[in-house]
Design a protein around this ligand. Structure first.
Ligand code: SF4
Ligand code: SF4
Length: 92
């Protein structure tokens, strides 16, 4: 699934995606199996964020599925500030 807009903002203007700590990742595949949006893909022995724009802004559910806590996200507070700034710039 490709998200084209979020809260009236083009998805490709929004910075929101998972980040994977390659030092922690064991390549177990749990995150890839869990996410329905084809965000992840293996890169050698570790997982990579193959399609970051497929990640739904404000979703961070896969982070809790990783058995070694290798997945992190930006703060949701920063996301809301970012969306607010983008909406203001669009309104001008
Ligand atoms: S946060 Fe949600 S949409 Fe994004 S990669 Fe994780 S499960 Fe998929
Ligand atoms: S769930 Fe965690 S350890 Fe497993 S592949 Fe994804 S990031 Fe790596």
């Amino acid at each position: 699934m490709k998200i084209r807009q979020y809260m009236g903002i083009d998805r490709d203007r929004i910075s929101w995606q998972p980040y994977i700590d390659a030092e922690k990742c064991t390549g177990c595949g749990t995150c890839e199996d869990f996410c329905p949006n084809d965000v992840f893909g293996m890169a050698g022995d570790v997982m990579s964020v193959a399609n970051p724009l497929n990640c739904v802004p404000a979703c961070d559910r896969c982070a809790g599925e990783c058995p070694v806590s290798a997945i992190t996200f930006p703060s949701k507070e920063d996301l809301l500030k970012q969306i607010d700034a983008l909406r203001r710039s669009q309104a001008c």
